[in-house]
Design a protein around this ligand. Structure first.
Ligand code: KG4
Ligand code: ZN
Length: 350
């Protein structure tokens, strides 16, 4: 028997994503983004993002279905991102998904888009291991999760106490007058810099903090340290090397992320770390995690870059996992949950 065909809809932030997934096979994945509208504001404007979803959803859906010649009648279930994300953006995708599911008479799953960042890896690397450590790193999240079952049992081991990794990169990008979003620019400069020229502090890495926050992160002190360094150098007329600043900063962030993720895998007897989220595009994260995990005998699964930013494939992949695990579809009246807990994989019926 062929596995069910799931339509995934993603509208948590600035990307409108639509995809079709069957088992571990991605049939089509289409994304439209409104990111180019935010450069002049230096951040996403929720109202603009919601309107962009309204304008792009139907054309994106139509072009995805046309590309593979799939009709609405062939879709077995619909999965939509229920949170975390911007309420207005989520509402557009959820209303569209409810309308489609009710008119087609198909089950609807409201899914956690952050867990989807991990589920999407199966489309690149095959079925997910039974249990694994998830490292979710994006503009909004930096979390270490113990995934016992991606459909039903996700536990939060730790997360950031302040800024997320991508957010910290974007803030340092702003300090260096780089275009928004700064993350990829800081990454690019860091690759030309000296990793050890400037040593910035690692948060929660020593003493009581390290014990109490074994798997937690803190990046706001680091961002302040970069700001102080730049202020000091500018005041004294010292020449600033943006490359070395970015390299030292990136090393501090990635030292924390990778050492704690590997520690979590070892402590919990997990042989695999799955990484997800937009920040997993970071070059130093990829290199340092591979190096440290390899030394500890742990496998790292890093989806290709096109799966790292928000997309419909991650939502459809979650849908296939929920169906395979026999999880009940969501009620028709579930609402978007901008702060959906990471331990909640889907909107269960009441
Ligand atoms: O997951 P994502 O697409 O959106 C959400 O936050 O949900 O992640 C975007 C974040 C932004 O903060 C962006 O600057 C950062 O990931 N980012 C990077 C890189 N590529 C994207 N940060 C550092 N290095 C990169 N190569
Ligand atoms: Zn995301």
């Amino acid at each position: 028997m062929t596995e069910p065909l799931v339509l995934g809809i993603e509208s948590t932030c600035d990307e409108t994503g639509v995809a079709l997934v069957r088992g571990c096979e991605l049939l089509v994945d289409r994304t439209a983004t409104s990111m180019d509208q935010y450069a002049r504001y230096g951040g996403i404007i929720p109202e603009i993002a919601s309107r962009a979803h309204l304008e792009t959803f139907l054309p994106t859906l139509d072009s995805a279905l046309d590309e593979v010649g799939v009709g609405f009648d062939e879709i077995d279930a619909i999965a939509v991102a229920a949170g975390p994300g911007l309420v207005g953006s989520l509402t557009v995708g959820i209303c569209a998904a409810k309308a489609l599911a009710s008119s087609l008479g198909k089950p609807l799953y409201g899914v956690n888009h952050v867990i989807g960042h991990l589920a999407v890896d199966k489309l690149a690397d095959g079925p997910l291991p039974e249990r694994f450590i998830g490292l979710v790193v994006s503009g909004g999240h930096s979390n270490i999760l113990l995934v016992e079952n991606i459909a039903t049992d996700v536990r939060e081991l730790g997360g950031t106490l302040d800024d997320a990794a991508g957010e910290a990169f974007d803030k340092v990008g702003r300090l260096l007058d780089l275009p928004y979003p700064g993350g990829p620019h800081v990454d690019r400069l860091s690759q030309a810099g000296d990793l050890s020229a400037i040593r910035f502090p690692r948060g929660l890495a020593a003493g009581k903090d390290k014990e109490r926050h074994k798997y937690d992160f803190s990046f706001s002190g680091l961002k302040t340290a970069v700001a102080r360094y730049l202020e000091g150098a500018r005041a004294s007329g010292e020449k600033i090397s943006p490359e070395d600043v970015c390299a030292g900063f990136s090393e501090a962030v990635n030292d924390s992320l990778t050492s704690k993720a590997v520690r979590a895998a070892l402590d919990n007897g997990c042989g695999t770390i799955v990484v997800g989220g937009g920040f997993s595009a970071n070059s130093r994260l990829r290199a340092l995690l591979a190096e440290r995990a390899d030394a500890a005998g742990i496998e790292v699964r890093l989806p290709p870059l096109r799966f790292c930013t928000d997309n419909g494939a991650q939502i459809a992949a979650m849908g296939t996992e929920l169906l395979a695990a026999g999880v009940a579809p969501s009620d028709w009246d579930f609402s978007p949950d901008s702060g959906m807990p990471l331990t909640q994989t889907s909107m269960l019926p009441r």
